[in-house]
Design a protein. Structure first.
Length: 73
């Protein structure tokens, strides 16, 4: 990446990435719930994906609001 971006653009990109991670987290949560009774392995896989997006979202939340999320755990 050779483009130089200002802090406002960087903040917009981080927010878009955070919003994307949240949408994916919610989508995989729904998928996990839908698969729960019919495909336990698929539901577990969906849960792992949800948790991965949750971790990304949590990190981006911390970047956007340092210290606000440190008490969660």
């Amino acid at each position: 990446m050779t483009d130089v971006v200002d802090s406002d653009e960087l903040l917009r990109r981080i927010r878009r990435a955070r919003d994307c991670a949240l949408r994916e987290e919610q989508a995989w949560q729904t998928r996990s719930e839908q698969l729960g009774a019919t495909d336990p392995q698929g539901a577990r896989d969906a849960t792992v994906r949800r948790m991965s997006y949750e971790a990304v979202r949590t990190v981006l939340d911390e970047v956007l609001a340092p210290g606000k999320h440190s008490a969660e755990g």
